[in-house]
Design a binder for this molecule. Sequence first.
Ligand SMILES: [Zn+2]
Length: 112
Amino acid sequence: MVVALTLGTLSVAGVGLFFAVKARPRAPRVCRVCGTGVEGAGDLCASCRREAELETVRRATAERAERQRALTTIRNVINATRRRRSDGGSRRKPRTRNSSSENWPADPTRPF
Ligand SMILES: [Zn+2]
């Protein structure tokens, strides 16, 4: 009785294992991109792998250029801000003089 139960459990486990192994997706033997047969490991054929590597290099180069451009833009903005700040000091002077002379007669806190 116990032996039969054990055998049954084992066979059920064996069948389950068999189906698990069968259902497991095997590594694709064709190229993921163009569908031609692939030799060895990997899911890309030789030409597509080379293309992918080139794409990676191209993307890295583009990213580097983009970063360089962003850095240059930031540097330009900083320089422009610095220039504007030094300009604004001399440009703000007449404006404050104007506003103070305009406000002076109409100042409500003056005692008369
Ligand atoms: Zn391919």
